[in-house]
Design a protein around this ligand. Structure first.
Ligand SMILES: Nc1ncnc2c1ncn2[C@@H]1O[C@H](COP(=O)(O)OP(=O)(O)OP(=O)(O)O)[C@@H](O)[C@H]1O
Ligand SMILES: Cc1ncc(C[n+]2csc(CCOP(=O)(O)O)c2C)c(N)n1
Ligand SMILES: [Mg+2]
Ligand SMILES: [Mg+2]
Ligand SMILES: [Mg+2]
Length: 329
Protein backbone atom coordinates (compact mmCIF):
# COMPACT_ATOMS: atom_id res chain seq x y z
CA UNK A 1 0.00 0.00 0.00
CA UNK A 2 1.21 3.50 -0.76
CA UNK A 3 0.00 6.81 0.60
CA UNK A 4 -1.79 6.94 3.94
CA UNK A 5 -0.28 5.04 6.84
CA UNK A 6 -2.30 2.87 9.20
CA UNK A 7 -3.94 4.75 12.05
CA UNK A 8 -3.30 8.16 10.56
CA UNK A 9 -4.46 8.18 7.00
CA UNK A 10 -5.65 11.46 5.67
CA UNK A 11 -6.96 10.23 2.35
CA UNK A 12 -10.61 10.98 3.14
CA UNK A 13 -12.80 12.79 0.66
CA UNK A 14 -16.15 14.44 0.56
CA UNK A 15 -18.10 14.99 3.75
CA UNK A 16 -15.72 12.91 5.83
CA UNK A 17 -13.43 15.97 5.70
CA UNK A 18 -10.11 14.21 5.87
CA UNK A 19 -11.25 11.25 7.92
CA UNK A 20 -10.06 8.15 6.05
CA UNK A 21 -11.15 4.54 6.20
CA UNK A 22 -8.88 3.50 9.08
CA UNK A 23 -9.62 6.61 11.12
CA UNK A 24 -13.31 5.94 10.69
CA UNK A 25 -12.86 2.38 11.95
CA UNK A 26 -10.74 3.53 14.89
CA UNK A 27 -13.10 6.33 15.87
CA UNK A 28 -16.50 4.77 15.34
CA UNK A 29 -16.19 0.98 15.39
CA UNK A 30 -13.19 0.00 17.54
CA UNK A 31 -14.85 1.35 20.71
CA UNK A 32 -17.70 -1.09 20.06
CA UNK A 33 -15.47 -4.17 19.86
CA UNK A 34 -16.30 -7.39 21.73
CA UNK A 35 -13.19 -9.00 23.30
CA UNK A 36 -13.29 -11.50 20.43
CA UNK A 37 -12.85 -8.55 18.05
CA UNK A 38 -9.29 -7.95 19.34
CA UNK A 39 -9.83 -4.19 19.24
CA UNK A 40 -10.55 -4.45 15.49
CA UNK A 41 -6.78 -4.30 15.04
CA UNK A 42 -6.16 -7.71 13.45
CA UNK A 43 -7.13 -9.49 10.25
CA UNK A 44 -10.00 -11.40 11.84
CA UNK A 45 -11.80 -12.07 15.11
CA UNK A 46 -11.07 -15.04 17.37
CA UNK A 47 -13.99 -16.31 19.39
CA UNK A 48 -14.03 -19.33 21.67
CA UNK A 49 -17.69 -20.36 22.02
CA UNK A 50 -18.66 -21.45 25.55
CA UNK A 51 -17.95 -25.16 26.00
CA UNK A 52 -20.89 -27.38 25.21
CA UNK A 53 -22.90 -24.82 23.25
CA UNK A 54 -23.72 -24.79 19.53
CA UNK A 55 -23.14 -21.62 17.49
CA UNK A 56 -26.11 -20.11 15.59
CA UNK A 57 -25.28 -17.76 12.69
CA UNK A 58 -27.43 -15.42 10.61
CA UNK A 59 -27.02 -12.45 8.26
CA UNK A 60 -29.34 -9.71 7.00
CA UNK A 61 -28.78 -6.43 5.16
CA UNK A 62 -30.04 -2.84 5.24
CA UNK A 63 -29.97 -1.18 1.80
CA UNK A 64 -31.03 2.43 1.28
CA UNK A 65 -34.25 2.55 -0.73
CA UNK A 66 -34.96 -1.15 -0.12
CA UNK A 67 -34.90 -1.56 3.67
CA UNK A 68 -34.78 2.06 4.82
CA UNK A 69 -35.56 5.52 3.48
CA UNK A 70 -32.76 8.01 2.74
CA UNK A 71 -34.00 10.38 5.46
CA UNK A 72 -34.36 7.76 8.18
CA UNK A 73 -32.30 8.59 11.30
CA UNK A 74 -28.95 6.76 11.06
CA UNK A 75 -29.14 5.48 14.64
CA UNK A 76 -32.47 3.83 13.80
CA UNK A 77 -30.99 2.29 10.62
CA UNK A 78 -28.22 0.69 12.71
CA UNK A 79 -30.59 -0.50 15.43
CA UNK A 80 -33.01 -2.02 12.91
CA UNK A 81 -30.10 -3.79 11.22
CA UNK A 82 -29.12 -5.36 14.54
CA UNK A 83 -32.73 -6.08 15.42
CA UNK A 84 -33.47 -7.84 12.10
CA UNK A 85 -30.64 -10.23 12.96
CA UNK A 86 -31.58 -10.48 16.63
CA UNK A 87 -35.05 -11.52 15.49
CA UNK A 88 -33.64 -14.44 13.48
CA UNK A 89 -31.64 -15.60 16.50
CA UNK A 90 -34.80 -15.21 18.62
CA UNK A 91 -36.70 -17.40 16.14
CA UNK A 92 -34.09 -20.15 16.64
CA UNK A 93 -34.16 -19.87 20.44
CA UNK A 94 -30.54 -18.66 20.46
CA UNK A 95 -28.87 -16.22 22.85
CA UNK A 96 -27.08 -13.44 20.90
CA UNK A 97 -23.35 -12.85 21.50
CA UNK A 98 -21.80 -10.68 18.79
CA UNK A 99 -21.73 -9.63 15.17
CA UNK A 100 -19.68 -8.78 12.10
CA UNK A 101 -20.58 -5.54 10.30
CA UNK A 102 -20.11 -4.45 6.69
CA UNK A 103 -20.69 -0.93 5.43
CA UNK A 104 -20.62 0.63 1.96
CA UNK A 105 -20.88 4.41 2.31
CA UNK A 106 -20.83 7.12 -0.34
CA UNK A 107 -18.08 9.73 -0.43
CA UNK A 108 -20.77 12.33 0.26
CA UNK A 109 -22.21 10.48 3.27
CA UNK A 110 -21.94 13.03 6.11
CA UNK A 111 -19.68 12.03 8.97
CA UNK A 112 -22.63 12.84 11.23
CA UNK A 113 -24.49 9.96 9.52
CA UNK A 114 -21.75 7.50 10.49
CA UNK A 115 -21.58 8.96 14.00
CA UNK A 116 -25.35 8.47 14.38
CA UNK A 117 -25.13 4.95 12.95
CA UNK A 118 -22.37 4.00 15.42
CA UNK A 119 -24.39 5.55 18.25
CA UNK A 120 -27.31 3.29 17.35
CA UNK A 121 -25.03 0.25 17.38
CA UNK A 122 -23.70 1.27 20.79
CA UNK A 123 -27.17 1.72 22.22
CA UNK A 124 -28.48 -1.67 21.10
CA UNK A 125 -25.24 -3.45 22.00
CA UNK A 126 -25.96 -2.35 25.57
CA UNK A 127 -29.63 -3.21 25.33
CA UNK A 128 -29.06 -6.74 24.00
CA UNK A 129 -25.68 -7.55 25.56
CA UNK A 130 -23.77 -8.04 22.30
CA UNK A 131 -20.45 -6.80 20.91
CA UNK A 132 -18.81 -6.12 17.56
CA UNK A 133 -16.49 -8.88 16.31
CA UNK A 134 -15.20 -6.95 13.28
CA UNK A 135 -16.27 -6.24 9.74
CA UNK A 136 -15.43 -4.62 6.44
CA UNK A 137 -15.65 -1.02 5.20
CA UNK A 138 -16.25 -0.27 1.55
CA UNK A 139 -17.50 2.52 -0.67
CA UNK A 140 -20.26 2.85 -3.21
CA UNK A 141 -21.51 5.31 -5.78
CA UNK A 142 -25.03 3.97 -5.21
CA UNK A 143 -27.28 3.44 -2.21
CA UNK A 144 -25.74 3.14 1.26
CA UNK A 145 -25.58 -0.50 2.30
CA UNK A 146 -24.76 -2.30 5.51
CA UNK A 147 -25.02 -5.88 6.66
CA UNK A 148 -24.70 -7.68 9.99
CA UNK A 149 -23.70 -11.30 10.46
CA UNK A 150 -24.76 -12.22 13.97
CA UNK A 151 -23.65 -15.08 16.18
CA UNK A 152 -25.43 -16.64 19.12
CA UNK A 153 -25.46 -19.81 21.12
CA UNK A 154 -27.94 -22.55 21.86
CA UNK A 155 -27.87 -25.91 23.61
CA UNK A 156 -26.92 -28.46 20.92
CA UNK A 157 -30.07 -29.93 19.38
CA UNK A 158 -32.32 -27.40 21.11
CA UNK A 159 -32.64 -24.78 18.33
CA UNK A 160 -36.26 -24.19 17.32
CA UNK A 161 -36.89 -24.96 13.68
CA UNK A 162 -39.29 -23.97 10.91
CA UNK A 163 -40.51 -27.54 10.38
CA UNK A 164 -42.50 -29.49 12.94
CA UNK A 165 -45.99 -27.99 12.79
CA UNK A 166 -48.71 -30.65 12.71
CA UNK A 167 -52.35 -30.36 11.60
CA UNK A 168 -54.36 -29.22 14.61
CA UNK A 169 -51.57 -27.12 16.13
CA UNK A 170 -52.59 -23.61 17.03
CA UNK A 171 -50.86 -20.62 15.40
CA UNK A 172 -49.71 -18.05 17.93
CA UNK A 173 -48.10 -14.67 17.24
CA UNK A 174 -46.29 -12.27 19.57
CA UNK A 175 -46.95 -8.52 19.71
CA UNK A 176 -49.02 -6.81 17.03
CA UNK A 177 -48.86 -7.28 13.26
CA UNK A 178 -48.85 -4.70 10.48
CA UNK A 179 -47.61 -1.56 12.19
CA UNK A 180 -44.32 -1.33 10.28
CA UNK A 181 -46.05 -1.84 6.93
CA UNK A 182 -48.55 0.87 7.79
CA UNK A 183 -45.63 3.01 8.96
CA UNK A 184 -44.13 2.72 5.49
CA UNK A 185 -47.47 3.77 3.96
CA UNK A 186 -47.50 6.72 6.38
CA UNK A 187 -43.96 7.70 5.36
CA UNK A 188 -45.19 7.71 1.76
CA UNK A 189 -48.07 10.02 2.71
CA UNK A 190 -50.73 7.36 2.11
CA UNK A 191 -51.94 7.14 5.70
CA UNK A 192 -52.19 9.45 8.72
CA UNK A 193 -49.99 8.65 11.73
CA UNK A 194 -50.98 11.35 14.23
CA UNK A 195 -49.04 10.00 17.22
CA UNK A 196 -46.16 8.73 15.01
CA UNK A 197 -46.46 5.29 16.59
CA UNK A 198 -46.54 3.58 13.16
CA UNK A 199 -43.33 5.40 12.21
CA UNK A 200 -41.78 4.30 15.50
CA UNK A 201 -42.67 0.65 14.83
CA UNK A 202 -41.29 0.84 11.26
CA UNK A 203 -38.01 2.27 12.49
CA UNK A 204 -37.56 0.19 15.63
CA UNK A 205 -38.90 -3.37 15.82
CA UNK A 206 -38.79 -5.31 19.12
CA UNK A 207 -37.07 -8.65 18.49
CA UNK A 208 -38.43 -11.24 20.92
CA UNK A 209 -35.12 -12.54 22.22
CA UNK A 210 -34.92 -14.62 25.36
CA UNK A 211 -38.36 -16.28 25.46
CA UNK A 212 -38.16 -19.73 27.10
CA UNK A 213 -40.40 -21.55 24.62
CA UNK A 214 -38.35 -24.77 24.51
CA UNK A 215 -40.50 -27.89 24.86
CA UNK A 216 -43.68 -25.90 24.22
CA UNK A 217 -43.43 -25.26 20.48
CA UNK A 218 -43.31 -27.49 17.39
CA UNK A 219 -41.99 -24.77 15.03
CA UNK A 220 -41.05 -21.08 15.08
CA UNK A 221 -40.35 -18.37 12.47
CA UNK A 222 -39.96 -14.61 12.73
CA UNK A 223 -42.15 -12.39 10.56
CA UNK A 224 -39.96 -10.36 8.20
CA UNK A 225 -41.57 -10.77 4.76
CA UNK A 226 -45.21 -10.71 5.92
CA UNK A 227 -47.39 -12.79 8.23
CA UNK A 228 -49.09 -14.84 5.50
CA UNK A 229 -45.87 -15.58 3.61
CA UNK A 230 -43.95 -16.49 6.76
CA UNK A 231 -46.73 -18.79 8.03
CA UNK A 232 -46.49 -20.29 4.54
CA UNK A 233 -42.82 -21.13 5.21
CA UNK A 234 -43.90 -23.10 8.32
CA UNK A 235 -46.50 -24.90 6.18
CA UNK A 236 -44.07 -25.81 3.40
CA UNK A 237 -41.48 -26.99 5.92
CA UNK A 238 -44.02 -29.30 7.57
CA UNK A 239 -46.19 -30.29 4.59
CA UNK A 240 -49.34 -28.90 6.15
CA UNK A 241 -51.72 -25.99 5.61
CA UNK A 242 -52.96 -23.17 7.82
CA UNK A 243 -56.06 -21.11 8.45
CA UNK A 244 -55.59 -17.61 9.82
CA UNK A 245 -58.67 -15.81 11.16
CA UNK A 246 -58.05 -12.20 10.14
CA UNK A 247 -60.05 -10.70 13.00
CA UNK A 248 -57.85 -12.51 15.53
CA UNK A 249 -54.59 -11.05 14.18
CA UNK A 250 -53.52 -8.55 16.86
CA UNK A 251 -53.58 -4.90 15.78
CA UNK A 252 -52.28 -1.86 17.62
CA UNK A 253 -54.63 1.04 18.31
CA UNK A 254 -53.04 2.93 15.40
CA UNK A 255 -53.54 -0.02 13.04
CA UNK A 256 -57.17 -0.36 14.12
CA UNK A 257 -57.65 3.35 13.48
CA UNK A 258 -56.38 2.86 9.91
CA UNK A 259 -59.48 0.76 9.26
CA UNK A 260 -60.34 -2.43 7.35
CA UNK A 261 -59.02 -1.19 4.00
CA UNK A 262 -55.51 -1.77 5.35
CA UNK A 263 -56.05 -5.45 6.28
CA UNK A 264 -54.08 -6.89 3.35
CA UNK A 265 -51.20 -4.49 3.92
CA UNK A 266 -51.06 -5.48 7.59
CA UNK A 267 -51.09 -9.23 6.89
CA UNK A 268 -48.59 -9.16 4.01
CA UNK A 269 -46.47 -6.01 4.41
CA UNK A 270 -43.81 -7.52 6.67
CA UNK A 271 -41.06 -5.90 8.76
CA UNK A 272 -42.86 -7.00 11.95
CA UNK A 273 -40.05 -9.02 13.55
CA UNK A 274 -42.58 -10.79 15.74
CA UNK A 275 -42.51 -14.57 16.28
CA UNK A 276 -45.04 -17.04 14.90
CA UNK A 277 -45.30 -20.27 16.88
CA UNK A 278 -46.83 -23.63 16.02
CA UNK A 279 -47.87 -25.33 19.24
CA UNK A 280 -50.60 -27.53 20.69
CA UNK A 281 -53.50 -25.37 21.87
CA UNK A 282 -53.18 -27.07 25.26
CA UNK A 283 -49.84 -25.29 25.75
CA UNK A 284 -51.43 -21.84 25.59
CA UNK A 285 -51.24 -21.04 29.29
CA UNK A 286 -47.65 -22.25 29.59
CA UNK A 287 -46.68 -20.27 26.48
CA UNK A 288 -48.33 -17.17 27.89
CA UNK A 289 -46.35 -17.59 31.11
CA UNK A 290 -43.13 -18.06 29.11
CA UNK A 291 -43.83 -14.87 27.17
CA UNK A 292 -44.29 -12.81 30.35
CA UNK A 293 -44.99 -9.21 29.33
CA UNK A 294 -44.79 -10.02 25.60
CA UNK A 295 -48.36 -10.31 24.26
CA UNK A 296 -49.24 -13.66 22.70
CA UNK A 297 -52.33 -14.20 20.54
CA UNK A 298 -53.83 -17.34 18.94
CA UNK A 299 -54.68 -16.41 15.34
CA UNK A 300 -55.67 -19.74 13.76
CA UNK A 301 -54.53 -23.29 13.26
CA UNK A 302 -52.52 -25.59 11.06
CA UNK A 303 -54.51 -27.97 8.87
CA UNK A 304 -53.91 -30.98 6.64
CA UNK A 305 -54.62 -28.87 3.49
CA UNK A 306 -51.12 -29.19 2.12
CA UNK A 307 -48.97 -26.02 1.99
CA UNK A 308 -51.91 -23.65 1.60
CA UNK A 309 -52.42 -20.60 3.85
CA UNK A 310 -56.06 -19.52 3.95
CA UNK A 311 -57.10 -16.22 5.52
CA UNK A 312 -60.75 -16.08 6.55
CA UNK A 313 -63.18 -13.71 8.23
CA UNK A 314 -65.07 -14.42 11.45
CA UNK A 315 -67.77 -16.36 9.52
CA UNK A 316 -65.20 -18.66 7.91
CA UNK A 317 -65.45 -16.94 4.52
CA UNK A 318 -62.14 -16.89 2.63
CA UNK A 319 -60.51 -13.47 2.18
CA UNK A 320 -58.53 -13.47 -1.06
CA UNK A 321 -55.24 -11.56 -0.98
CA UNK A 322 -53.37 -10.30 -4.02
CA UNK A 323 -50.01 -11.35 -2.54
CA UNK A 324 -48.74 -13.15 0.56
CA UNK A 325 -45.69 -11.01 1.37
CA UNK A 326 -42.54 -9.23 0.32
CA UNK A 327 -40.21 -10.68 -2.32
CA UNK A 328 -37.26 -9.02 -4.05
CA UNK A 329 -38.23 -9.11 -7.79
N1 LIG B 1 -27.74 -15.46 -0.77
C1 LIG B 1 -27.89 -16.49 0.05
N2 LIG B 1 -26.91 -17.40 0.20
C2 LIG B 1 -27.04 -18.44 1.03
N3 LIG B 1 -28.12 -18.66 1.79
C3 LIG B 1 -29.13 -17.80 1.70
C4 LIG B 1 -29.07 -16.66 0.83
N4 LIG B 1 -30.23 -15.99 0.97
C5 LIG B 1 -30.95 -16.65 1.88
N5 LIG B 1 -30.32 -17.75 2.33
C6 LIG B 1 -30.80 -18.74 3.30
O1 LIG B 1 -32.15 -19.02 2.99
C7 LIG B 1 -32.96 -19.11 4.17
C8 LIG B 1 -34.06 -18.09 4.11
O2 LIG B 1 -33.45 -16.81 4.07
P1 LIG B 1 -34.27 -15.51 4.34
O3 LIG B 1 -33.33 -14.35 4.20
O4 LIG B 1 -35.52 -15.51 3.56
O5 LIG B 1 -34.66 -15.71 5.87
P2 LIG B 1 -34.88 -14.59 6.94
O6 LIG B 1 -33.63 -13.84 7.21
O7 LIG B 1 -35.55 -15.27 8.06
O8 LIG B 1 -35.91 -13.62 6.22
P3 LIG B 1 -35.65 -12.03 5.97
O9 LIG B 1 -34.42 -11.94 5.09
O10 LIG B 1 -36.88 -11.61 5.27
O11 LIG B 1 -35.43 -11.42 7.32
C9 LIG B 1 -32.01 -18.94 5.35
O12 LIG B 1 -31.61 -20.21 5.80
C10 LIG B 1 -30.83 -18.21 4.73
O13 LIG B 1 -29.62 -18.50 5.41
C1 LIG C 1 -37.82 1.83 1.82
C2 LIG C 1 -38.47 0.55 2.21
N1 LIG C 1 -39.19 -0.12 1.30
C3 LIG C 1 -39.76 -1.32 1.62
C4 LIG C 1 -39.62 -1.83 2.89
C5 LIG C 1 -40.26 -3.14 3.24
N2 LIG C 1 -39.37 -4.27 3.11
C6 LIG C 1 -38.22 -4.21 2.44
S1 LIG C 1 -37.39 -5.70 2.47
C7 LIG C 1 -38.61 -6.41 3.40
C8 LIG C 1 -38.56 -7.86 3.81
C9 LIG C 1 -37.37 -8.25 4.61
O1 LIG C 1 -36.17 -7.98 3.92
P1 LIG C 1 -35.21 -9.11 3.29
O2 LIG C 1 -36.09 -10.19 2.71
O3 LIG C 1 -34.40 -8.39 2.27
O4 LIG C 1 -34.37 -9.60 4.41
C10 LIG C 1 -39.62 -5.51 3.67
C11 LIG C 1 -40.84 -5.79 4.43
C12 LIG C 1 -38.85 -1.10 3.80
N3 LIG C 1 -38.64 -1.57 5.05
N4 LIG C 1 -38.30 0.09 3.46
MG1 LIG D 1 -32.61 -12.96 5.54
MG1 LIG E 1 -36.23 -14.91 9.77
MG1 LIG F 1 -34.14 -12.09 8.74
Amino acid sequence: MTGAAHGGDSGGRGDFAGLGEFDRIARYFAPLAHPAGLGLADDAAVWTPPAGLAVVMTVDQMIEGVHFLPDDPPDAVARKLLRRNLSDLAAMGAAPVGYLLTTALRADTPEAWLAGFAGGLRRDQAEFGIGLFGGDSSSTAGPVMSSVTMFGTVTPGAAWRRHGAVAGDAIFVTGTIGDAALGLAAARGQLADPDRSLRERRLLPSPRVGLALGGLVHAVIDVSDGLVQDVGHLCRAAGCGAVIEAALVPASAAARAAGPDWLEQRLTGGDDYELVLAAPGANEQALRAACGAVPLTRIGQFTDRHTDVVVCDATGQRIRLSRSGWTHF
